[in-house]
Design a protein around this ligand. Structure first.
Ligand SMILES: [Zn+2]
Length: 275
């Protein structure tokens, strides 16, 4: 990909730093590409950005008391700092740059091309593997500014049918909590917002993160594909911020990791998956 590639021109509403290709990757070089020896693939570290940062100064809302004060009960926490007593600053630009890097990367990954070790830069190859989860992302300000949609392969759905109905998948929930905590900290009232649940015996899968019933769910016509024994498409609800988007992506990544550790390598092989 060239630095002036048209794929990088969709973010004119932002003031991102230049897009790096290698060895750093992404806007402002946020990601790091590793080249482990002895394998055909490369690894990428894509750290979650720290968005909500505590300052040394006291919270301006409660003037450093940590309490809501006034007519409210004395133990009621300040609605802004939630009892930390310190002011906060939100680094949204980091989150948008990270989201936009994902949006570009996922477009590139759609083709599932790769460069063999030692090959010319111009030589790319189509991977012999097929993708377990295809994901498309959006990065913009406003409603659905962090939208995600995509498709679970049939092998993923088959694995999901191995779980009991209404089972939660703790590996996926833990990954979402960890990602969100890194970016925002997790406040007590948000803890119940994280959910990764198989909601039917045929693999209906839903994930939720903090927001207004925000998360991923099967697309409207998913049952048509499920009825044919296929995978199905998913879409999002109320995913307005890059923090929600990155949280849900962390959940999908954890689902892939769970599948791979149980022998499901690509969309055509189920391995020997057991719950
Ligand atoms: Zn406060």
């Amino acid at each position: 990909m060239r630095p002036n590639s048209p794929i990088l021109g969709n973010f004119s509403e932002f003031s991102f730093q230049e897009f790096s290709i290698t060895p750093q990757f992404g806007f402002g070089g946020l990601w790091k590409i590793h080249d482990p020896s002895g394998v055909w693939y490369r690894m990428i570290s894509a750290p979650m950005p720290k968005v909500r940062v505590c300052m040394k100064e006291p919270c301006g809302y409660c003037e450093g008391t940590g309490r809501r004060g006034g007519m409210y009960p004395p133990d009621e926490r300040c609605m802004w700092c939630h009892g930390s007593r310190r002011g906060e600053v939100m680094h949204w630009e980091r989150a948008y740059a990270s989201s936009a890097t994902w949006t570009v990367f996922l477009k590139l990954a759609e083709a599932f091309l790769y460069q063999r070790a030692g090959a010319q830069v111009s030589e790319v190859f189509v991977s012999p593997l097929t993708q377990l989860i295809e994901v498309n992302a959006v990065t913009k300000h406003g409603d659905y500014g962090g939208a995600l949609d995509g498709r679970y392969a049939a092998a993923v759905r088959t694995v999901l049918t191995c779980f009991p109905e209404y089972a939660r998948i703790p590996e996926v929930e833990d990954a979402m909590v960890k990602a969100y905590h890194r970016m925002m900290g997790v406040r007590s009232f948000e803890k119940s917002s994280f959910r990764a649940q198989v909601q039917s015996a045929d693999g209906w899968f839903v994930t939720n993160c903090p927001g207004s019933r925000s998360g991923l769910h099967p697309a409207h016509d998913a049952y048509r594909d499920i009825g044919k024994g296929w995978g199905y498409e998913f879409q999002c609800a109320n995913v307005d911020t890059p923090v929600q988007q990155l949280t849900l992506l962390a959940g999908l990544a954890a689902l892939i990791t769970l599948l791979r550790t149980r022998g499901v390598e690509d969309a055509s092989s189920m391995g020997a998956f057991h719950v």
